[in-house]
Write a protein that binds this ligand. Structure first.
Ligand SMILES: [Zn+2]
Length: 124
């Protein structure tokens, strides 16, 4: 199955919009993290600020990870390999692509990967 060109353009638009939203959120988070350093001064607030900061860093890393995936998806659109599972080479269903346009795995491979992660916790 080849994805129609119009469909690809839609995915591309979605990905670019998502990328823009994420990038601006990341900028805001980074800015508020810098502010936090100044605002919190006593030790209790400092401790909760540290926790908040750790969480913020975690979310920031996750968002950055998604940004990287979005960029990779955009490159796949240009290369013409968008919508192919990187594991088995089968087409990824359109329903799945609509929900996660930056996914690289079909639902079967994703499920297989997750059950493997379940069997070997901590394995990347
Ligand atoms: Zn697959």
């Amino acid at each position: 199955m080849t994805i129609r060109k119009e469909k690809l353009e839609t995915y591309k638009k979605q990905l670019l919009e998502r990328r823009e939203t994420l990038a601006s959120e990341l900028r805001q988070k980074t800015a508020s993290m810098i502010e936090d350093d100044v605002v919190y001064s006593d030790s209790v607030d400092q401790a909760s600020a540290e926790t908040d900061k750790a969480l913020a860093v975690q979310m920031k890393n996750r968002d950055q990870g998604i940004l990287i995936q979005i960029d990779a998806a955009l490159r796949r659109i240009d290369a013409g390999s968008f919508g192919e599972c990187q594991e088995c080479g089968e087409s990824i269903s359109e329903a799945r692509l609509q929900a996660f346009p930056f996914t690289t795995l079909c639902i079967d491979c994703k499920a297989a990967l997750e059950s493997e992660e379940h069997r070997f916790p901590g394995k990347v």
